[in-house]
Ligand binder design. Structure first.
Ligand code: FMN
Length: 320
């Protein structure tokens, strides 16, 4: 797949997820087979004024390329300025979020709120395309709700405005993250535009990625919740899609190795206090398979630093 001047090796990609798809997690997904990885949505207003927290969220290095940085906003100048910062940070592609269903954003007329106004999306895309040299993509929903399917119109107008690819989360904004995705909308978008189409929604197992690609005709699939605690899904799905040998599920040593790499990366990125606060959520996804998961979950509350965490993982993961 080719997104503007960026070549993507294969169809299996990582979907952006707030609080999850930070730099250490993306690096891991890349190493375990994702062709393209995407950072979480950051407010364009913060990025445009180079707010310290926003810039930290936009941390990247060449080792995870090609990588997407995602921003949201509704002001063309602010979005264009923020896109320039995303490019400066070293991202390969800038993605505009028109899909986020959270109330705070909807209230400001941003994110998913814009699925009700396709011409406004086209105006924002045009402003950003003019401002940056890297490819501009959009992440959209099927429409504002079940009664209004605007994805095809949005994709067509955005294509005319210069967008390099479109990524459809196959649920409506009103659905948020609940209920079955409707992959047929992705298929309709694919039929309606010439640019690459990616999509996401409901891919939990490697075989779901294969079904998604064949049922929708999409160029790429983005894996969301299905990779939390299971980043090996990328290499498994890649093998299925490219027709390679089946990849066996990870053993306990591999699970421990990957978890430790991720958590060490979190300590390096955030520093100890914040990495410790994030530990239960980050680590428990990886530990669910443990027979003594409940005791792991309670022990993790006592961890104060990375060496302690290493000892905890070593003691629990060997007994699995
Ligand atoms: C916790 C969480 C956070 C998310 N954050 C973002 C985000 O920052 N930007 C975005 O475009 N999509 C976001 N999404 C949507 C995912 O990228 C993806 O489209 C969706 O989760 C696909 O559905 P699935 O999880 O059923 O595979 C988020 C999803 C979840 C579950």
């Amino acid at each position: 797949m080719q997104i503007g001047n960026v070549s993507i090796a294969h169809a299996i990609t990582l979907a952006p997820m707030e609080e999850h798809t930070n730099y250490p997690f993306r690096l891991l997904c890349k190493q375990l087979g994702a062709s393209l990885v995407c950072g979480e949505r950051v407010d364009a207003s913060d990025v445009a004024k180079r707010d310290r927290r926003a810039i930290k969220l936009l941390h990247t290095t060449p080792s995870e390329k090609p990588v997407v940085g995602q921003i949201s906003g509704s002001d063309p100048d602010e979005l264009a300025e923020a896109a320039k910062v995303v490019a400066e940070q070293g991202f390969s592609i800038v993605d505009l979020n028109f899909e986020c269903p959270i109330r705070r954003l909807i209230g400001r007329g941003e994110g998913g709120a814009l699925m009700a106004d396709p011409p406004a999306i086209a105006r924002l895309v045009a402003a950003v395309v003019k401002a940056v040299d890297i490819p501009v993509t959009i992440k959209i929903r099927t429409g504002p709700d079940a009664a209004r399917e605007t994805a095809v119109e949005v994709a067509q107008l955005a294509e005319q405005a210069g967008v390099a690819a479109v990524d459809v989360h196959a649920r409506s904004v009103a659905q948020s993250y609940v209920g079955g995705p409707d992959w047929s909308v992705v298929a309709r978008v694919k039929q309606a535009v010439k640019i690459p189409v990616l999509g996401s929604g409901g891919v939990r197992e490697p075989i779901d990625a294969v079904r998604f690609l064949s049922e929708t005709g999409a160029d790429g699939v983005a894996i969301g919740r299905g990779c939390l605690g299971n980043p090996w899904i990328f290499q498994q799905a890649r093998a299925l899609v490219l027709g390679g040998a089946t990849v066996a599920p990870p053993n306990v040593n591999e699970r421990a190795r990957v978890l430790l790499q991720l958590v060490e990366g979190e300590f390096a990125l955030y520093g100890s206090p914040m990495a410790v606060r994030r530990l239960p959520r980050v680590a428990c996804y990886f530990a669910k398979f443990l027979p003594d998961f409940e005791s792991f979950r309670s022990d993790i509350q006592k961890i104060k630093n990375f060496p302690d965490f290493k000892r905890l993982v070593r003691s629990h993961f060997v007994h699995a």
